[in-house]
Design a protein around this ligand. Structure first.
Ligand code: ACM
Ligand code: ZN
Length: 500
């Protein structure tokens, strides 16, 4: 592994490069993740005990999230394009302090993110996490300079968002009678009711907490699939009708029970839910799900078939597209845009929808070529419920869904693969997803997320400026790991031990 030195003034050959303000400067080699655009020597060390104050200034000429952190003037100075940039600079400063304590090297660090959308998702439905745990997740995101929290709030196994017009969603839909023990396919259940939900005040509290950290919260309301908990609450919204005993699911997977696309009450319900969601979440984007919605119920349902006939649809996929487009228009009237999983491409999608590519990068590439905006979150690179080594049992890994997604693989993702310059412009960002079928505690969440979140961060901020995996791992070890230790995070140490 590359040994990191500061300063590198003793190195034999020193290259000279332009610093942020165009002056010639000597590069230095610091353990900072993500790797900044530039790091140069900037004068004498800075003793924080002597000068604890930090001077900050907004420079409107800089890009909104760009920052310059200077410790070379005897004290810390930060200049940034916005308050967000100042906040990201403070995260860099935290890494310097973690390495050097009170006496920081005199350096000037400049950085700005490649992607404006740098997301992390948390599934609070398969397992519920308290408001404090959600805030702790947001803190982990802030440390890694991520700026979008995708909050997965509705599922087959539990509806977690209080909706005042539809109280049964939480009275009935937030509790399942028991939970599968072990992996999918096991026939063992724990026999214990499991539930939890967020009040509207809870959700507002999380939105405000995230905003203080320059993180936008995007709520996800799943439609038309992953709807069992909603249908258990309001069975009249399903194709099987009000007398069918829908239940909040107790096992994992994809279920045939979806919202009835042919029932106008479904649209009324979804719009009512979204009215309240939009009141709570000021985000420009609302995630409407769209994934894994089987169409077999629609094939048999008289209401769905009647709607297809009326609209001249020949494929059930067009019903999905109809529902999503109807909701998209409703949200557009409120000044909001939709994001949907890549299945929203099936049956046609409007140009204004943003596609979240999860079944690999294929859907994202297709969407970008069609001119849609894209968030890349391919399962093979950014599904943090996957195992982190090739031998989970031998390495004593806690439960994961399967797969093998070591840190080095996350780090290697190329968001621009197969795209020309025009198409590249549609890649708005990248995201990692923390699905929690097999992750029941927040300690376990931390184990799955850290340190892979650091690789996500480096791709999101630095992308083509990345150096090498070994260099990244050295910076991670020097800059972020001491903070993980200080915070008491339950991070995975396979990568630090060289286990893949
Ligand atoms: C997904 O993983 N079903 C989006
Ligand atoms: Zn139907």
């Amino acid at each position: 592994m590359k040994k990191r030195l500061f300063p590198l003034l003793a190195a034999v050959a020193l290259t000279v490069l332009a610093s942020c303000d165009g002056k010639e400067a000597v590069p230095v080699d610091l353990s900072i993740v993500p790797i900044p655009v530039s790091m140069v020597a900037a004068g004498k060390p800075c003793n924080l005990k002597a000068h604890p104050d930090i001077k900050t200034r907004i420079d409107a000429k800089m890009a909104p999230e760009a920052y310059e952190l200077n410790t070379g003037k005897g004290r810390v100075e930060i200049k940034a394009g916005s308050e967000a940039g100042i906040f990201w600079a403070r995260q860099t400063l935290a890494q310097l302090e973690a390495q050097y304590g009170d006496v920081l090297p005199g350096v000037r660090i400049c950085d700005e993110p490649v992607f404006s959308y740098r997301g992390a998702h948390l599934d609070c439905c398969r397992h519920f996490f308290t408001v404090d745990e959600v805030k702790a997740f947001i803190d982990m995101m802030a440390l890694h300079k991520l700026n979008v929290f995708h909050w997965h709030l509705t599922e087959d196994q539990g509806w977690r968002a209080e909706i005042k017009q539809y109280p049964r969603l939480t009275e009935v839909g937030s509790v399942r009678k028991e939970t599968l023990v072990g992996h999918y396919g096991s026939n063992v259940y724990d026999g214990t009711p499991y539930g939890g939900y967020y009040t509207q005040d809870d959700m507002r509290d999380v939105v405000a907490y995230a905003a203080e950290r320059f993180i936008t919260v995007i709520p996800e309301i799943e439609m038309p699939g992953h709807a069992s908990a909603a249908l258990a609450s309001y069975p009249e919204l399903g194709c099987r009708g009000k007398d069918y005993p829908y239940q909040v699911q107790t096992t994992w997977g994809v279920f045939p029970e979806v919202f009835c696309a042919g029932n106008p009450e479904t649209v009324t319900f979804l719009e009512g839910v979204l009215d309240e969601i939009c009141e709570i979440f000021p985000s420009e984007y609302i995630h409407i799900g769209g994934d894994e919605a089987p169409r077999e119920e629609w094939e048999k349902c008289p209401k769905c078939q009647a709607l297809m006939k009326e609209k001249g649809f020949t494929r059930e996929a067009e019903l999905q597209s109809y529902l999503i487009t109807t909701v998209e228009k409703y949200l557009a009237d409120k000044g909001r845009k939709i994001i949907g999983w890549d299945e929203i491409l099936d049956g046609g999608v409007s140009q204004s929808a943003t596609v979240m590519s999860w079944r690999g990068a294929k859907g994202g590439i297709e969407a970008a070529k069609m001119g849609n905006d894209v968030i890349m979150t391919p399962n093979s690179y950014f599904y943090f419920d996957y195992y982190q080594t090739g031998d989970p049992a031998g390495n004593d890994e806690p439960m994961g869904i399967g797969g093998n997604l070591p840190l080095s693989k996350c780090y290697a993702f190329d968001p621009y693969d197969q795209l020309n310059d025009e198409e590249k412009a549609h890649i708005r960002g990248i995201q990692a997803n923390m699905w929690t079928e097999y992750v029941a505690t927040f300690d376990h969440v931390q184990h799955m997320v850290l340190p892979r979140m650091a690789a996500l961060s480096e791709v999101a901020w630095s992308c083509d400026n990345r150096t090498s995996y070994d260099d990244f791992l050295a910076r991670l070890t020097g800059g972020l790991k001491p903070i993980y230790d200080k915070c008491g995070y339950h991070y995975a140490d396979y990568a630090f031990k060289g286990i893949e």
